[in-house]
Design a protein around this ligand. Structure first.
Ligand code: FAD
Length: 382
């Protein structure tokens, strides 16, 4: 009989939760499964703006990795991977002893790049990791409530995450503090290029209207060069003052990946083949934000990470069985449902645009259905 092989999943991201669910439904004989995760509650990013806006409770938009790992028959290690010794096939952990693997899969996400802009890491709150944001958000609500005068909140980043976040915050404070505008925080969105650049002009126009109606000042073509306490320094010499700044710019990769010797793209993300396997290590797979598929560049989005889940699970099984892997190329265009904070959303795909409360209800239905798969686990047999 062949000896037991160890598959280690690093990160409880959108792809790995599906691998765990799949292995729980159909266990792979002779495989020892381990999940290493820095966090035990995995946030589902699609519902995060709704959490900030007050539409969802914490438990509704987070996957508890404990019962999911138990269902999958996986050992859960609550720790952070800080490096990979590929020659010895061992993971370095922040707290624990080195962890051996036969096959490794990375789904560790990304964080907004702050290191390129001096002062950003010290003086702005990153919207990712999203789990840290949830804690920080609760404190921010208390600070704003206790403030003698309405504070100014700026958010840097004009992509969907930034736009959804600022509108969700604005909605939440309006609900919490009541209507008089003089009690409300002032909001400003700052972006290097244009607002929602990757979306069509109807979508961009819709968000400009919503942001104007909700009193969110928008500063486009405003590249932040430096952040000081209370002040953003913009490229053209302008300054934008703030009480709290949030950072939701383009995604960056975990710095420790640079020391692994894995092939990385210019952004530091792991280059994978169409099979989600590393281009220079057959024992390493990567999915979600951390993966950069050769020849098929894609936006870092939860939608893509979700789509990676089933083909990743299937190829991990094939790799363990020594069978040929199958390619998977995610669509280059997908339907984005971008919420405006008030149970209203905009649909965007290519030139398609639609808007309404019904779009939010569709999004809410899709998101809740996704979450149910991890919150309502079938009873285990055997
Ligand atoms: C506010 C906000 C709203 C967004 N809204 C949307 C949206 O509506 N639609 C959309 O498609 N995308 C959205 N995105 C983008 C989306 O969040 C990401 O693309 C998505 O989370 C990527 O999923 P992932 O599986 O790659 O990683 P993640 O979901 O980030 O999961 C990574 C996991 O790995 C763990 N981890 C990280 N490093 C380590 C380590 N070293 N060791 C062990 N564990 C580790 C973390 O604990 C985390 O649980 C949004 C992003 C933000 C910030």
């Amino acid at each position: 009989m062949a000896s037991e092989r160890t598959l280690v999943l690093v990160g409880g991201g959108h792809s790995h939760v599906q691998v765990l669910r799949g292995f729980g439904e159909r266990p792979e004989p002779g495989v020892r499964l381990t999940l290493v995760s820095r966090d035990l509650q995995a946030p589902y990013s699609g519902m995060l703006p709704g959490f900030i806006a007050g539409h969802y409770r914490f438990g509704e938009c987070h996957i508890d990795l404990h019962p999911l790992a138990t269902f999958a028959g996986a050992t859960l290690i609550h720790d952070e991977v800080t490096g990979i010794d590929r020659a010895a096939k061992r993971l370095r952990l922040r707290n624990g002893a080195p962890l051996p693997y036969d096959l490794l899969s990375l789904d560790i996400g990304s964080t907004p790049k702050a290191e390129d802009v001096p002062g950003a890491a010290e003086h702005a709150i990153a919207v990712k990791p999203v789990d840290r944001l949830a804690e920080r958000w609760a404190r921010l609500v208390e600070e704003v409530r206790a403030a003698a005068a309405p504070p100014t909140l700026v958010l840097v980043g004009g992509g969907p995450a930034g736009v959804e976040m600022i509108l969700a915050m604005q909605h939440r404070f309006r609900t919490l503090l009541g209507d008089p505008p003089e009690r409300q925080p002032r909001f400003a969105l700052v972006t290097r290029g244009g607002l929602l650049e990757r979306h069509n002009r109807f979508v961009r126009a819709a968000f400009r209207r919503v942001l104007a109606r909700r009193n969110v000042a928008v500063h486009e073509d405003a590249a932040v060069e430096r952040v000081e306490a209370g002040c953003l320094h913009i490229a053209n010499g302008r300054r934008i003052t703030f009480d709290t700044a949030l950072w939701a710019v383009q995604a960056g990769a975990a710095p420790w990946l640079a020391g692994t010797g894995l092939d990385l793209d210019a952004g530091g993300f792991v280059i994978v083949e169409e099979t989600l396997r590393s281009t220079n290590d057959p024992c390493v797979f990567a999915a979600g934000d951390v993966a950069s598929m050769q020849g098929h560049p894609r936006e870092k989005a939860g939608v893509i990470a979700v789509r990676h889940g089933p083909p990743l699970a299937a190829n991990l099984r094939r790799a363990l069985a020594g069978e040929p892997l199958r390619p998977f190329v995610p669509q280059s265009q997908w339907l984005a449902l971008i919420s405006t904070g008030d149970r209203h959303a905009v649909a965007s795909r290519g030139w398609l645009y639609a808007e309404g409360n019904w779009v939010w209800r569709v999004k809410d239905g899709i998101d809740r259905r996704f979450m149910r798969r991890f919150q309502e686990l079938p009873p285990q047999t055997g």
